[in-house]
Design a protein around this ligand. Structure first.
Ligand SMILES: O=C[C@H](O)COP(=O)(O)O
Length: 249
């Protein structure tokens, strides 16, 4: 996959599959990636769910997912939080977007480290900063500060997620006006926007109504919770709900 092409394909002005958000599904390995693709995921995100909200998978697992997905979808990868030591230079080619969280950033330097992280990304990978809807619990900067930093350091993406995976959904953690402004500001700056964070299938239409580029899930796509396994039937049901939003249904 050519990096320029991959990033162009996720341009928010083009959208994925029509006038509305596409579906990003976080997977831990190649087998789960295939299940998510079969279910209709538009973007495959590699993440190890037992290693935290933005837990990175091993380099080997990331490479295996890239091989399994091929040209069927964009592949993104969680690269941990600001104090983690993900081996950025070893990121396999084929990762369109690398995502970095800001947990703990409010207690130490995060602007300069996030800028350094973005500058170390391989040239085929764009950066996305992740703002936590429960930023106080995460000890993270506010979502607005994270968005400003993403714009400043040339990121191509902005993600809203939850730090705690205790079941409270991002849509219940941020006031709707605030979330709407964040998404609109990021889209107006040309960033692709992922709205995620403990979303259940019943909140999919509501998440789509914020008009992000992608709605992101892990737990809702799994059997047995987010540490369980991706289930094709669940992904299919999520994709169907989003596709109905795109048709205005
Ligand atoms: O990027 C999407 C996340 O993996 C969301 O995970 P979650 O739905 O379990 O909160």
């Amino acid at each position: 996959m050519n990096a320029t092409g991959a990033i162009r394909r996720i341009d928010p002005t083009e959208r994925l599959g029509g006038a509305g958000p596409g579906l990003l599904v976080s997977v831990r390995d190649a087998e789960e990636a295939e299940a998510a693709l079969t279910g209709g995921a538009n973007v495959i995100d590699v993440k190890e769910p037992t290693a935290g909200p933005l837990g990175s998978a091993s380099i080997e697992s990331i490479a295996a997912v890239v091989r399994a997905v091929g040209d069927a979808a964009l592949v993104t990868a969680a690269m941990g939080d600001i104090s983690d030591r993900f081996p950025v230079e070893q990121l396999p080619s084929g990762i369109a977007i690398g995502k970095l969280g800001m947990a703990g950033g409010a207690k130490g330097p995060w602007r300069e480290p996030s800028e350094r992280w973005a500058s170390r990304l391989p040239k085929f990978t764009a950066g996305a900063l992740v703002a936590y809807a429960d930023w106080r619990s995460a000890g993270a900067p506010t979502p607005e500060e994270v968005l400003t930093q993403a714009e400043k350091i040339g990121c191509r993406g902005f993600v809203v997620d939850t730090w705690s995976k205790g079941g409270v959904c991002a849509l219940d953690l941020l006031e709707s006006d605030r979330l709407r402004s964040l998404v609109a500001e990021a889209v107006s700056q040309g960033l692709f926007v992922v709205l995620a964070g403990s979303l259940t299938i019943d909140r999919i239409e509501e998440a789509a109504s914020y008009d992000p580029t992608l709605v992101g899930v892990r737990g809702a796509a799994c059997l047995g919770g987010r540490s369980g396994a991706i289930d094709t039937g669940r992904v299919r049901a999520l994709a169907k709900r989003l596709s109905a939003c795109r048709r205005g249904g």
